[in-house]
Design a protein around this ligand. Structure first.
Ligand code: HEC
Ligand code: HEC
Ligand code: HEC
Ligand code: HEC
Length: 389
């Protein structure tokens, strides 16, 4: 607790002086453009994917602190969403970097000065909401609305665009918000990149010092992860927490709760694969047996198994994008024991999986994936209880 008090007071005094320049790639995920260049012999399915434009924001993953308004700006219109957030563990995520016996150990390993943990550090990029109002980056609280939906006061400000009932909300307004950086309910791929950007740890020194490689209890599974305590689908009725985003159900063509679960299951799985491969490809050959390498290899194996199961279940209804992802994983060869070959394989497979994930999201609505339902039911267990006002 002593550490906590010290960190807090330091944290907020040292806004200007405490600019820790910490290697960004650890946490920010820079898997931008699709490229099959350098791949051995890309199959037709994979080649077809290379024409897909991957979701705009190249620095995907993390929210831009300079665009963060803070969740007080949402409370006027989103009371139940705020109430749901308040009772979830996200609302106390910052305590893990203010009052935990291992803070100093982890900070040292990641080359973060203790007094900078709540400033521009990789710790606060995952355990907090970072804001920069021109005086440098610092933590303003735990994980909050904009951690997942993008900064609301960038240029242009989607905060001003999206909730204006007088001007009306229509497809054009929604699209404009998306362009201004709002990560919308419809964009499962982008939402998932944010979750995984925090829930899968890509910093080698940190993991090798004992920080969990991922969410320990439930690895990462999007359907279960978002349908328990994280759920806040109140847009149509602030008293009823829907199974799927309620406004989206109304305005998106052919949208249904079942379709959404299916799409979330597959996209969650592919993004997890993408990020895990991205982590593995950074492992130097000499560190092939480190906790980081072993931890991610274990994750890779588990997700690859889930992918295989989904493809098997879907049979002839397997979407081309999912088949391409399966092919890319098969190309890696034996992943049960991580070796140099599989690390090189990770580098080749990662952009293919990224392309497959965003193309899958783009080209499918889930309506033809009914065969997946038994798998989703078996694998997706809600984390915590959904909040009801
Ligand atoms: C002035 C009222 C108002 C404020 C303030 C407001 N919202 Fe909203 N929000 C709305 C309305 C109305 C909708 C429904 C829009 C629609 O039907 O597309 C909405 C929808 C949303 C959606 C779903 C959009 C989609 O297309 O999937 C998200 C996410 C959201 N708001 C987040 C936020 C966040 C985060 C904040 C604070 C930074 C915020 N809102 C502040 C009124 C507001
Ligand atoms: C942990 C990430 C996360 C956080 C934090 C978060 N959201 Fe969301 N939000 C989501 C996801 C994921 C969905 C889509 C839900 C689904 O698929 O069931 C969503 C959906 C929404 C919707 C659409 C709901 C509907 O019924 O149409 C609104 C509005 C929204 N969020 C606003 C907010 C506001 C306001 C906050 C802060 C109080 C917030 N969100 C915090 C991830 C998050
Ligand atoms: C800015 C980083 C960040 C983002 C984005 C984020 N999380 Fe989290 N999340 C955390 C941290 C850190 C914890 C651990 C909090 C704790 O245990 O005190 C956590 C805890 C959770 C928990 C509760 C603890 C558990 O393991 O059951 C769930 C569920 C969860 N996150 C799901 C999600 C989902 C789903 C998304 C995306 C829609 C998401 N998170 C996005 C950082 C994040
Ligand atoms: C990529 C995102 C990410 C980064 C970077 C990160 N953490 Fe975490 N951290 C998490 C998540 C997610 C959990 C929750 C894991 C779980 O138990 O499910 C966690 C757990 C923890 C825990 C609890 C460990 C335990 O054994 O229960 C501590 C302490 C912690 N982090 C401190 C730090 C510190 C200090 C830093 C910076 C040096 C840091 N973290 C950087 C995401 C991150």
């Amino acid at each position: 607790m002593k550490t906590a008090t010290r960190l807090w007071s330091h944290g907020f005094i040292r806004t200007l002086s405490g600019l820790a320049i910490v290697a960004a790639p650890t946490c920010a995920l820079f898997f931008g453009l699709v490229s099959t260049e350098g791949a051995n012999t890309p199959s037709a399915a994979v080649q077809a994917l290379s024409s897909v434009v991957v979701n705009a924001d190249p620095a995907s993953g993390k929210t831009d602190p300079t665009a963060v308004a803070g969740s007080m700006s949402c409370v006027e219109c989103h009371k139940s969403e705020i109430a749901a957030l308040k009772v979830s563990k996200h609302n106390s995520s910052i305590t893990l970097i203010t009052s935990h016996p291992k803070i100093a150990e982890f900070a040292k390993a990641a080359n973060v000065a203790l007094e900078d943990v709540l400033q521009d550090s990789i710790c606060s990029s995952c355990h907090a909401t970072q804001q920069d109002t021109g005086k440098g980056v610092h933590a303003i609280g735990s994980v909050s609305c904009e951690s997942c939906h993008g900064g609301a006061s960038g240029k242009p400000e989607w905060l001003k665009l999206h909730g204006d009932k007088k001007k009306g909300i229509n497809a054009a307004v929604r699209a404009a918000c998306g362009k201004a950086g709002m990560i919308r309910a419809s964009n499962i791929y982008r939402i998932t990149k944010n979750c995984v950007g925090c829930h899968v740890v890509s910093n080698q020194a940190l993991v090798n010092a004992g920080h969990p490689v991922s969410t320990q209890k439930w690895k990462f599974e999007l359907v279960g992860g978002s349908s328990g305590e994280v759920r806040h689908n109140f847009q149509v009725d602030q008293k009823v927490n829907g199974e799927a985003p309620t406004a989206w159900l109304k305005h998106a063509k052919g949208a249904s709760e079942e379709n959404r679960q299916r799409m979330k299951y597959l996209i969650g799985m592919l993004v997890d694969l993408e990020v895990t491969l991205g982590a593995l490809k950074t492992v130097p050959k000499a560190a092939g047996k480190s906790d980081f390498a072993k931890g991610h290899a274990k994750r890779l194996k588990a997700v690859a198994k889930k992918l295989k199961e989904a493809v098997k279940e879907l049979e002839d209804t397997t979407p081309a994008e999912l088949a391409a992802a399966q092919e890319a994983i098969d190309d890696i060869g034996r992943i049960s024991s991580l070796n140099f070959k599989s690390q090189d394989g990770a580098e080749i497979a990662e952009p293919k999986i990224a392309a497959a994930a965003s193309a899958l999201a783009e080209n499918n609505d889930g309506s033809k994936l009914g065969k997946l339902d038994s798998v989703v039911k078996k694998r997706a267990k809600p984390r915590g209880d959904a909040y009801t006002p």
